[in-house]
Design a binder for this molecule. Structure first.
Ligand SMILES: [Zn+2]
Length: 417
């Protein structure tokens, strides 16, 4: 063979090798274009937290991080855009974790935890939490069910049949901060892959191989969830709308997650401010038409529910609108007046020592926030509210720390920048 022919042959071989590799890469990226936030629970609590620790000293936050890191690598290789809320043993606020997930435009939020019990060391089973009521949060429940089934099938628990998918209202009456503050934007769960307080559970969770197995279970659950398609609804209203006319039908265009309109019959529902309203589905056009109820509220919100043929539900992101009442109120400038009046009285209130003037300026700022979503200076109002609450604390004997903390996390959650 002449040298020239050999060179050409090598070139052809290299080219075909490249093409081959490329096609493998494309096929192996089932999560391409999907944004996922992985949240390893807790972090850097060693100095003060003596609860989240096993008998031989393994800390929950370390296990969470190891599993999350392996999972994150797998997801990235599968083409997903992965955001980790922490990659080291460090503390990140709960509000900060939710804000990061929202800024990442996540299609799914997965918080990785492990459980502990102070009174029953025999406990060893999985739990997956979703936020609020299952009926109102069906997509999160869909994912939670896939996840817990594979945890049960493939991980080692001493109580294989115990544990379940639960609402996070069973942990706190208002649910967990990370799930509550992400639910308007994405489905999400908190996974608890066993108990570190159980001696054999801790033994397993310390093992890197077992961490790999757990990460693989999350990975497969995520693949299966997205493989079923993520159906969605779009509200068909002109962008120029000043307020919504509640005397007219409202239309939503549905996609089953595959660019089609195949949904389970009778799975369609529309809720207005948490109450079911009348709706009808046209499979030819893929449009769900709802008849709104009249409302005296200044804003109104709609949520759309339906389930595709693969069994995945739409995540019912709320569509929020100004009503005629809200528009009238806005256009009469009461809202701007409240803000301007608050601004003009602020300096005097914060420098003085009069409880009455602090309280009345606080009230005006809060009033100005009633239509927060269209308030151009909402952040300023929120900051002034915090300062006035702190001022008020110096003037009254009652403990306002809870209110102050709530305001601090509001600022963090709603105005991350
Ligand atoms: Zn935890």
């Amino acid at each position: 063979m002449s040298q020239k022919v050999v060179l050409i042959l090598i070139a052809v071989l290299m080219l075909s090798a490249c093409v081959g590799t490329q096609s493998i890469l494309v096929e192996d990226q089932p999560l391409k274009g999907i944004n996922i936030t992985i949240d390893p629970g807790h972090g850097a609590t060693q100095a003060y937290d003596s609860f989240r620790i096993g008998q031989t000293g393994e800390r929950e936050e370390w296990i969470n991080l190891r599993v999350a890191k392996i999972l994150s690598r797998k997801l990235t290789l599968a083409g997903a855009n992965v955001l980790m809320t922490r990659t080291k043993d460090r503390d990140v606020s709960l509000g900060g974790r939710a804000s990061m997930a929202k800024l990442h435009n996540s299609d799914l939020f997965v918080s990785i935890h492990h459980n502990g019990s102070t009174n029953d060391l025999s406990m060893d089973f999985p739990i997956v939490y979703f936020h609020g009521s299952g009926d109102m949060n069906p997509a999160s429940v869909d994912f939670a069910n896939i996840l817990i089934d594979s945890m049960r099938a493939e991980m080692d628990f001493q109580q294989q049949q115990a544990g379940a998918v639960y609402s996070d209202h069973l942990i706190y009456s208002s649910g967990t901060s990370v799930l509550r503050n992400t639910i308007d934007d994405m489905p999400g769960v908190i996974g608890e892959g066993g108990f570190f307080t159980n001696p054999s559970g801790e033994g397993r969770l310390k093992s890197k191989d077992y961490n790999k197995l757990e990460a693989e279970i999350y990975y497969k659950a995520i693949l299966e969830y997205f493989d079923r398609g993520t159906p969605s609804a779009t509200c068909l209203l002109p962008d120029s709308l000043k307020y919504i006319d509640l005397t007219r039908p409202i239309e939503f265009e549905l996609d089953d997650g595959f660019g089609n309109t195949f949904f389970i019959e009778n799975s369609f529902k529309v809720f207005q401010d948490g109450v079911k309203i009348q709706s009808s589905w046209d499979s030819n056009s893929g449009v769900l038409t709802a008849i709104p109820d009249s409302s005296l509220e200044r804003t109104v919100s709609f949520q759309v529910f339906a389930r595709n043929l693969q069994g995945n539900a739409i995540h019912p992101v709320p569509f929020k609108f100004l009503t005629k009442t809200g528009w009238d109120w806005l256009s009469h400038e009461k809202w701007f007046e409240a803000f301007d009046e608050a601004e003009s009285l602020y300096a005097q209130a914060i420098q003085g020592d009069e409880l009455e003037s602090v309280t009345s300026v606080l009230h005006l700022y809060k009033l100005s926030l009633e239509l927060q979503m269209v308030h151009p200076k909402a952040k300023i109002a929120e900051e002034k509210i915090l300062e006035l609450l702190q001022k008020k604390q110096t003037l009254v004997e009652v403990d306002l720390s809870e209110e102050i903390e709530a305001q601090q996390s509001r600022l963090k959650d709603y105005y991350p920048n």
